[in-house]
Design a protein around this ligand. Sequence first.
Ligand code: A2R
Length: 328
Amino acid sequence: VQYHGQAYGGEFVRVFITGITGPVGSALADYLVALPGVEVHAFKRWRSDTRPIAHLAGRITLHEGDIEDPYSVMRAVERAAPDRVYHLAAQSYPSESWDAPIVTMRTNVEGTINVLEAVRRHAPRARVHLAGTSAEYGWVQPEDTPIPETHPTRPLSPYGVSKVAAGLSGLQYAANYGMHVVVTRSFNHVGPHQGDRCAIQTFCRQMALIEYDRQEPVIYVGNLEARRDFTHTRDVARALWLLLDHGAPGEIYNLCSGVATRIGDIVAMVQQHGRVPTEVRVDPARLRPSDEPLLVGDNTKLRQTTGWQPQITVPMIVEELMAYWRER
Ligand code: A2R
């Protein structure tokens, strides 16, 4: 690992990231390697697809293991001796969590406890971030939006339940052991290396396929009227860094833009970017049995604590992801 320039705030900082191969982890690693004096360590499975971080070879240190294996987590944290820990590894798909509730609980709850225990033993003064989700809030009425952190958690998926338990475990470690644990609840984050499950990704991917003549000129969509809160993973990465600078231990922060965008408007943006004319067709398989009309978070606490503001708007996200999918 090589360092260049001045250290961050006059000190070198060792950071340990789990979930490095995901869209948030890889964006965070990109953000951190550009900061002076920050040394990046990361945890990955032997079978992880490392393409999202291939360009960082030689600039970050990788530790092998599995978040469900406490010994591997313990060893990696001991070796990395971090000042900051970002725990992003998770089974993060709500839909999968109904099919595999036990694996979801193991990965997300046991995995988080494994990280907390490893930090307690080997890096007790480290600042720890745990990644939660808006799915912890469960069904939200439009009149309850923008959702503040104080909104009750009534998750409607094993995924949401697992993240409530993981976040509460973090708060419990903060209370019992005086550890510096900060929890976020992310609304929809979107960026490169995400796959095509998220609405914006599937529309951009379909448009790229249509341009290459690999799909008929029809964009298949789900509920066009739903409105969601999107934040680019580069903005998420900056928020996570600032939050371990300024966030209070034992606190929960919504991580979101605070702006709702109608899915139908995103489809229209994608069509505008397309190089060929397209038609839009509702695919009943893409309609979810339960789908909130409006999901938008209140990010006041995060903004007031850190001074963070999202910089990347939805039209900018669409433009970047169109270019991304054309290269796939
Ligand atoms: O699937 P892999 O091997 O590429 O690694 C994924 C990692 N992961 C694990 N790492 C170690 N041991 C495990 N048993 C294990 N299971 C999963 O977590 C990948 O690097 C990461 C998950 O990436 P995504 O599902 O794409 O998460 P994303 O969108 O980056 O979200 C980050 C966090 C998650 O905790 C979400 O639940 C939260 O933000 O909203």
